[in-house]
Design a protein around this ligand. Structure first.
Ligand SMILES: [Zn+2]
Length: 428
């Protein structure tokens, strides 16, 4: 079933960063069949959508999330990090049921679909329930259970992760990709990281890990092991499999040899990093070293929203600030990170509108007051657009947001149920 969308502009994010204005995209469940001039497609069509006010772009890919933490959004926001984690997050998490996780994930999916995200990399627990939610919602997800080595002496949770991977690999028409999620070097000692790295190689799984996120972590690792987190992960064999490094703010020049030739890359979460006062990614140093750089939100407790359009802005603002000059970072670099960059980290063929790529795309209303006029469509998308400008979303050729309405589940019922469940969690 081939669908054509004709729109005011098509921003491809292909290798040439081609923009067609006006333009058209044709797709079916197998992928994108055509991108270009509105009248250039000659094949048969089952559906033809004409959206003159629309700007079509590849769906955004959120490279780092803890989706079900949506249930704790806004909780104890301005507390010091360790107080927040130990006195607020952990007690509530200990009361969360598998069904809380499923509903929390659906709540996050609703927010992501509405704001243009087509796929995300997640790390949390009760992963069967979060995978079920994703399967229903119609998004893509790279799902890992967060592994805390200090609480897993007999590696039972690692075994569970491998069993989860067996159960879910390729499910949802290939939309669900299991990974292994050793939380961080300060929660996973070196011997445990080695075990996870070996399991990843044996079972052909990618690794999702927080590394070099805060100065505290850098100090702790230096005191405990006389190593940087990157060196520690390298020595444990982590980088012998595809690795998604969440944050990487404090990667140093001396770390670069350990990352040389790595498969995967770094995902930056600028809003979380700014809100927690952690720092700014050394973007140019990593880019010059040839390391793929993706973009993510982090969990909704540290970022509050999962709106990737906000991350595009924050990335640009912070990088310009770090550089001390406006030309130090361009709008297209931010959009690249949120599409092709995350795709490169994950080894995914998406993040672009090109023939043969997966049919994952969004349509933004380009004629809102804050998107007018159109001197530069890329500047408008990065510096002006907000998540609620997204009107359509297609994942794997299926329309999961149509004229602003989610087609895969009852959003209002999920919001209502999340409110009720969160009330119970607040009461303790
Ligand atoms: Zn995180």
């Amino acid at each position: 079933m081939a669908t054509r969308i004709q729109a005011g502009a098509v921003v491809t994010m292909d290798d040439n960063r081609r923009i067609c204005a006006p333009g058209a995209v044709v797709y079916d469940a197998s992928g994108i069949l055509y991108v270009g001039d509105p009248n250039g497609y000659e094949g048969p069509l089952d559906q033809d959508l004409v959206i003159p006010e629309g700007v079509v772009l590849p769906g955004l890919l959120n490279g780092h999330n803890h989706a079900a933490m949506s249930m704790m959004r806004g909780m104890a926001d301005d507390s010091p990090f360790f107080e927040w984690l130990t006195q607020h997050v952990w007690p509530v998490e200990s009361r969360m049921t598998p069904e809380d996780i499923r509903i929390g994930t659906l709540l996050a999916c609703a927010e992501m679909i509405r704001s243009g995200t087509v796929g995300y990399a997640d790390m949390y627990f009760e992963v069967d329930q979060s995978a079920e939610a994703v399967e229903q919602a119609g998004l893509r997800a790279w799902i890992s259970r967060g592994l805390v080595g200090l609480e897993d002496p007999d590696a039972k949770k690692l075994e569970d992760s491998l069993a989860f991977a067996e159960r879910w690999r390729g499910r949802g028409d290939g939309r669900i990709v299991p990974m292994l999620g050793p939380h961080a070097p300060y929660t996973c000692p070196p011997e445990y990281l080695e075990k996870v790295a070996r399991a990843a190689r044996d079972h052909d799984l990618g690794i999702h890990i927080h590394l070099s996120e805060s100065q505290d972590e850098m100090r702790q690792m230096a005191e405990r092991y006389q190593k940087t987190p990157i060196q520690l992960a390298y020595d444990a064999g982590v980088f012998e499999s595809r690795t998604l490094i969440a944050h990487g703010l404090y990667i140093e020049e001396t770390d670069l040899p350990y990352l040389e030739g790595m498969v995967g890359g770094v995902v930056t979460c600028p809003v979380s990093n700014a809100k927690l006062g952690n720092g700014i990614l050394p973007y140019h140093m990593l880019k010059e070293a040839g390391i793929a750089i993706g973009l993510g939100t982090d969990g909704p407790t540290s970022t509050n929203t999962l709106d990737m359009f906000l991350e595009l802005k924050a990335m640009a603002w912070l990088q310009k600030t770090r550089e001390g000059r406006p030309e130090g970072f361009h709008a297209v670099d931010a959009l690249w990170a949120g599409t092709r960059g995350t795709a490169a980290v994950l080894g995914h063929a998406g993040g672009q509108l090109a023939v043969g790529a997966p049919a994952d795309l969004i349509v933004v209303n380009g004629r809102a007051a804050h998107m007018t006029p159109e001197w530069d469509v890329l500047a408008n998308l990065v510096y002006s657009a907000i998540g609620s400008d997204v009107r359509y979303s297609v994942v794997n050729g299926r329309m999961i947001l149509q004229e602003g309405i989610i087609t895969t589940f009852d959003e209002a019922a999920v919001i209502e149920e999340a409110r009720e469940r969160a009330k119970r969690l607040m009461e303790g």
